[in-house]
Write a protein that binds this ligand. Structure first.
Ligand code: PGA
Length: 248
């Protein structure tokens, strides 16, 4: 079970330190669940410092494909690694829709993560019109095929897939446990059809999209749901703790 909190554009260094302190106090001894938090870049050093010697790992929310150069405002995976991150999100739907990350860019970012020794959390998910048109599985598997292109099987296993239906992100509308399970099973079948047999059994697939303390247990008890990527409910220590506990 792997629960990750995506803080998005919330929590500057001081607020991030306060939240990390609360998480450290409550979760330092949590071993049943793998936990990560993804603060904004500028807050990463404070959070890494606060969470050192705990099991809570730190993730970037995005990464630039290049190592260095004239890419104003960008942060490389090598820099995230140097700052103490273990993971980075890649291909979040807000990156895709607001910042224009297409499948090729997402794939380059996945490779950049591995180049630096970071583990990618590769996000995928369909929009509401795509779901209503019956294209959800096709859209998600296309995103995965593109995002995972060129990886060795052991790298695919080290990649966490986060299925986040776009219509459920930040909307308060959650995919029903059945809808989520159905897509997770489809993702696992797709992995089985495209990679060696150990890949579908060992690759973790998180659900994301309005995960809250009240719905976490039912979602996380689905057979193909191996964790959650939590946005809004990860900004409050108590609600994030409740979700982690639901996965324990
Ligand atoms: P949400 O965000 O939990 O606020 O819906 C999830 C995400 O975007 O990762």
């Amino acid at each position: 079970m792997f629960i990750a909190g995506n803080w998005k554009l919330h929590k500057g260094p001081q607020e991030a330190d306060t939240l990390a302190t609360a998480l450290k106090r409550a979760l330092a001894d949590e071993t049943a669940v793998d936990i990560a938090v993804a603060p904004p870049f500028i807050s990463i050093p404070a959070v890494v410092d606060r969470l050192k010697h705990t099991g809570i790992l730190v993730a970037g929310q995005d990464v630039h494909p290049e190592i260095k150069g004239a890419f104003t405002s960008a942060v490389s995976s090598e820099m995230l690694k140097d700052a103490g991150c273990a993971y980075t999100l890649v291909g979040h739907s807000e990156r895709r829709s607001i910042f224009g990350d297409d499948d090729a860019v997402v794939n380059a970012k996945v490779h950049a993560a591995f180049r630096a020794g970071l583990l990618p959390i590769l996000c995928c998910g369909e929009t509401l019109p795509q779901r209503e048109a019956g294209q959800a599985v096709e859209v998600v598997t296309r995103q995965l095929a593109a995002g995972l292109a060129g990886l060795a099987a052991d790298q695919v296993v080290s990649t966490t897939i986060a299925y986040e239906p776009v219509w459920a992100i930040g909307t308060g509308v959650t995919a029903s446990p059945d809808q989520a399970q159905e897509m997770h099973a489809a993702i696992r079948s797709w992995l089985a059809a495209n990679f060696p047999a150990f890949v579908p059994t060992q690759t973790r697939i998180q659900y994301g999209g309005s995960v809250k303390p009240g719905n976490a247990r039912e979602l996380l008890s689905q057979p193909d749901i191996d964790g959650a990527l939590v946005g809004g409910a990860s900004l409050d220590a108590d609600s994030f703790l409740a979700i982690v506990r639901a996965g324990a």
